[in-house]
Design a binder for this molecule. Sequence first.
Ligand code: SF4
Length: 248
Amino acid sequence: MPQKKTRRPAAKGSASARKSAGVRRAKRGQAGGSRRGTDPARVRAILKGLDEAYPDATCALKHDNAFQLLIATVLSAQCTDERVNQVTATLFPRYPNPKAFAYANPAELEKEIRPTGFFRNKTKSIMGASKKIVEEFHGEVPKTMDELLTLPGVARKTANVVLGTAFGIAAGVVVDTHVLRLSERLDLTKNTDPKKVEQDLIKVIPQDRWILFSHQLIWHGRRVCVARKPRCIECNLERLCYSKDKTN
Ligand code: SF4
C-alpha cells in the first residue's frame, strides 16, 4: 500500500519559509481585495495631494458646447491639445454645427484637420459621428455612455470626456496616456489595458471624484510626472510614491 506523503514545515527563517509566508500574504491580499497601492488611506492622501496641487484642473480642449468638445476630443488622439486648439480655432467657425460636419466635403475637411495627424481616419470618424447625431439624435450629442459608444470613432475615453466635462456626468474615468502612466506609477492598478485600468480606478476612486481626478492626473502627467524623467523633486505625491521610474 503506497504511503501517504507528509509535508514537513519549512524551517523558520529559511528561504522556503519566507516564500510560503509571501505566498500566504499575497493570497490574503487577493482574497480580501486589499493591496498596498489601493489602501483607502493612501488613495485619500493621493486625492488630497492632487487637490492641493490642482484645485482647478479642467479640460484643456477649447470648446463652446458638447458637440465641439466631442470633435476636439476625436482630433486629440495622438496629438497635443495645443495643436488641436489651433486647428479648431478656424475649424469651428467654418463648420458651426453637426450638420456642417456631417455633409462636409471630405477632402476639404481632411485638409483642415491634417495638422492633427491621422486626418483620414479622423475625418471618417467626425463625419460619421456627426451624421449619426443629425440623423438619429436630432442634432444633439447623446448623454449616455451606451449611446455615445454607438457613434463612429467614439470609445470610452472620448465618451467619458464629453459626459464628464460637457454634461458633468460621472459615468467613468477618462483613461488617456497620462492617466494610464500615472495610475501605474502610483500603483493604483496592475493592468495596462485602458478598459481594465478604468475599471480598477472606478473601484478605488469615489464616484464624485471621477471627473476631477481624471483632469488632475492629466495635469500632473503633463507638468510633473512626465513620461521621461518625471520631476519627482517637484512632486507633492513623492512620499506616497514608490514607482521604479522615480528620479532623484
Ligand atoms: S514621485 Fe515621481 S514618479 Fe512618483 S508620482 Fe511623483 S513625479 Fe511621478
